[in-house]
Design a protein around this ligand. Structure first.
Ligand code: AMP
Ligand code: MG
Length: 484
């Protein structure tokens, strides 16, 4: 089945020392049935599934039939989960190999929900249909929002039940990532206290992701600086669209800077910096406003792992690493401010820009105004009647904003174009996602397909998608779960 699909595997991670992984094949499932496949992503990967019938596709994406050149493994990693260090690893996922596209881009192809591994601890190694489709919908939406993310190639039902609080339909997601190397991967190897293994990991990651620093004087510090920049860019993007990851444990932070692990994530409706959706995040550790703070905290955990590779004198190495970590705030502030200025169409700089931005956010918070739709309103897109915009404080703020827009010879064409490219007019609204998943659980996949379609090109104004743009009218608090 290899010949016409064009798989081109080169499984570099599986050639790393044994301690990095377990060699294991996906556990076969009873009755696989493909429910969704991402043709556009397949094209980007130079894969061709057009000559493969549905039964074969189902067997392939369930892991029942592996491509010839795959070499499947479960990756070892550790992680700080809600601040507590634990040894983890792929407990319900198997990396079947690394596919090289024609232009030699390297992609991990991973099955999530593919059965028990050496790292499963007490879990069953399986996943349910709802959470796998949820990851598919939201990760593809993130991609369309121009935010780095793992991608979703397919979902199959396994034909088996998975037992959670209720009995659910089992499913497997094919996840595509530039790699699955996490902060937690470094933590796992560092915890083994073998400097040669740590060096092997760092060299591997640099060759794979950051070859431009392969010959640098201090690879460990340069690596830390790059990962810090990438993570700042990522979290600024999350803040831009109101995305709340929900479980920013160090094992869920990818070294490549892609959003990974769509368990309890969700998008904020009305602006409230303390928004938390995850049922298990009772202290709000991963609340919207804490995301940059946690990003820095996670980077500090990465820095700790790298100490032995920075320099032999430990106190000097700690100082070098600390200096890099302490550059976080200033860099974040700058990038966040720029992003918010772009959302408001502001060119150039004015000393009051930050106040203008914060005053709008404070107003939004006080009035419980929808985050996404406030920016749509400012772009002249009235999604629904809303008396809040007649509020005198908002009107005064708007006058200040309009005055500011005149600086730097800006014109409505120019500032609207800028705003359009930073403010989505549609995001995956929580109730629409739930509606689609409910239907899918009853074997109607149309709402999922329709939702994915609506979420494509979110920066283009579209007609007739009103129902996807309004926040839920339900007053009860939306809650998400880890999806295990
Ligand atoms: P997550 O919350 O998805 O980031 O997962 C945290 C850890 O728990 C990872 O090591 C997962 O592989 C593992 N895990 C999650 N769900 C299961 C499951 N159903 N069976 C085995 N391991 C799991
Ligand atoms: Mg995870």
């Amino acid at each position: 089945m290899n010949s016409n699909i064009n798989w081109n595997f080169d499984n570099s991670y599986s050639r790393l020392p044994d301690s990095f992984k377990e060699n294991i094949e996906p556990v076969k499932v009873e009755n696989p049935e493909l429910v969704i496949m991402n043709e556009n992503l397949a094209k980007d990967l130079d894969l061709n599934f057009s000559n493969v019938d549905k039964a074969k596709l189902s067997a392939l994406f369930a892991g029942n039939e592996l491509p010839e050149s795959s070499n499947s493994i479960a990756q070892a990693y550790a992680g700080h989960q809600f601040g507590h260090f634990t040894m983890l690893g792929d407990g319900r996922a198997v990396l079947i190999g690394e596919h090289l596209s024609k232009n030699k881009n390297r992609y991990d192809i991973q099955f999530k929900g593919s059965g028990k591994t050496a790292f499963s601890r007490n879990g069953d190694g399986r996943a349910a249909l709802g959470p796998m489709l949820r990851e598919y919908i939201i990760s593809e939406s993130m991609h369309c929002l121009n935010i780095p993310t793992t991608r979703s190639l397919a979902v199959v039902k396994t034909g088996e039940d998975v037992i959670r609080e209720n009995c659910l339909k089992g499913a497997i997601l094919t996840r595509v990532a530039s790699s699955h190397i996490r902060v937690g991967t470094f933590q796992y190897i560092a915890a083994r206290n073998k400097k040669d293994e740590l060096r092997t990991l760092l060299d591997y990651v640099i060759r794979r992701h950051f070859p431009n620093i392969e010959n640098s004087k201090n690879k460990a510090t340069d690596f830390l600086k790059i990962v810090l920049e990438k993570q700042i860019d990522l979290v600024v993007n999350w803040m831009r669209v109101g995305f709340i990851h929900g479980v920013m444990n160090t094992d869920n932070m990818s070294i490549s800077g892609e959003t990974i692990d769509y368990g309890p994530c969700a998008f904020m409706d009305d602006y409230d910096p303390k928004t938390v959706f995850s049922s298990i995040d009772q202290m709000g550790r991963y609340a919207y406003c804490n995301q940059p703070i946690i990003t820095k905290w996670n980077l500090a955990r990465l820095a700790e792992c790298l100490i032995p590779l920075i320099q032999d004198k430990q106190d000097h190495a700690i100082k070098d690493a600390t200096d890099i970590i302490n550059s976080f705030e200033k860099k974040y502030e700058e990038k966040w401010l720029n992003m918010m200025k772009n959302k408001l169409g502001l060119f150039g700089t004015d000393k009051n820009d930050k106040f203008l931005i914060l005053d709008l956010l404070t107003w939004m918070h006080e009035k419980k105004n929808d985050y996404t739709n406030t920016f749509c309103y400012l772009m002249g897109e009235k999604i629904q009647e809303n008396k809040n915009y007649e509020d005198i404080n908002f009107k005064n703020w708007k006058l200040r904003w309009l005055e500011r827009l005149k600086i730097n010879n800006s014109s409505p064409e120019k500032y609207l174009k800028l705003m359009r490219s930073f403010n989505p007019s549609v995001i995956p609204r929580n109730h629409k996602v739930e509606e689609a998943l409910d239907a899918a659980n009853k074997n109607n996949f149309k709402p999922v397909i329709q939702l994915i379609e609506v979420l494509k090109n979110p920066y283009n104004k579209k007609k007739g998608i009103f129902e996807y743009q309004i926040p839920s009218v339900l007053k009860e608090k939306y809650q998400t779960f880890c999806g295990t």
